[in-house]
Ligand binder design. Structure first.
Ligand code: MBD
Ligand code: FE
Length: 280
């Protein structure tokens, strides 16, 4: 482990994720007051019911206040919400969409990664640790037509579990790129296998996980946004069989359709995965 990566902290990661969210997701939903009122009332009623049913004390109420203040101070609202709520938002949003399954985006996407050709190696350090991984496949429309020039925006953490731009000391676009598929919608990406990801243990989200005696792990995963003209973009993640946390992902974002089938190849692994996009 390098010194730079050892210095990754919840505060640094959280601050970057909060800044990223503010920069990219400024659009505020134009929600009518009746809907705001209904949603806020339902959420508050659920909390009231929990307080009554469990006879919550003033000490516990104050612990909650202190914790909520700390989530913001650590910049961990994007992390906390994406880990514990986004999976249900994604489920509702994609319920009626045909084509490849999606899953949550999570807090560590960065738009504007380097543009790469259909056969490419992701930006990485000369001595990038990890098992070499070749990830290839084809992007097709729901009727089977190959989607020429489809775009595969891929990002993942390194072999120590750190994401470029959210942990200090990594090159800006390490293990991030936007691949344009060829005229048959095919792509071939050389990278390294990501490590399982542990939620930062030194921030407010980690404190909750510890206080509740949960575990802090996500299984190893590749993140992707796959898109093509005239089609709906799919945000997804792909997972590796045998990971101990495929069955108990803290972010509840694993689906059977998202499991890869890696084959040993040379000194690494080869995985093939095709995407099907729904017309827009
Ligand atoms: C991650 O890497 C991630 O993908 C999600 C959803 C939440 C926290 C860290
Ligand atoms: Fe991730």
């Amino acid at each position: 482990m390098t010194t730079t990566e050892e210095s990754a902290t919840a505060a640094a990661t959280g601050a970057s994720a909060t800044e990223r969210f503010r920069a990219d997701k400024t659009a505020v939903a134009d929600t009518p007051p009746e809907r705001v009122s209904m949603l806020a009332r339902e959420v508050l009623s659920a909390i009231h019911a929990t307080i009554r049913a469990n006879q919550v004390s003033y000490a516990e109420y104050d612990a909650l206040k202190a914790w909520l203040i700390q989530v913001g101070a650590d910049g961990e609202w994007p992390l906390f919400l994406d880990v514990f709520l986004e999976n249900v938002v994604e489920e509702v949003a994609s319920a009626d969409r045909e084509g490849s399954k999606g899953t949550i985006e999570g807090p560590f996407y960065a738009p504007g990664a380097p543009e790469l050709p259909a056969e490419a190696t992701l930006p990485m350090r000369p001595d990038e640790p990890g098992t070499p991984l070749v990830f290839h496949g084809q992007v097709r429309s729901a009727d089977g037509t190959p989607l020429a020039g489809a775009r595969v925006d891929i990002w993942h953490c390194d072999a120590l579990g750190y994401y470029a731009q959210f942990a200090p000391g990594l090159p800006e676009w390490n293990l991030r790129g936007v691949i344009t598929a060829d005229d048959q919608g095919r792509f071939r990406i050389r990278t390294i296998q990501p490590a399982p990801y542990q939620i930062p243990t030194d921030g407010a989200t980690g404190a909750l996980i510890r206080a509740a005696d949960w575990h802090a792990w996500r299984p190893a995963h590749l993140h992707l946004k796959v898109s093509a003209d005239g089609h709906q973009l799919v945000t997804t993640q792909l997972y590796f069989p045998g990971d101990p946390h495929n069955e108990d992902d803290i972010a509840s974002a694993v689906k059977p359709e998202l499991m890869l089938d890696p084959k040993p190849s040379g000194d690494g692994v080869d995985v093939e995965y095709d995407f099907v996009l729904a017309p827009s």
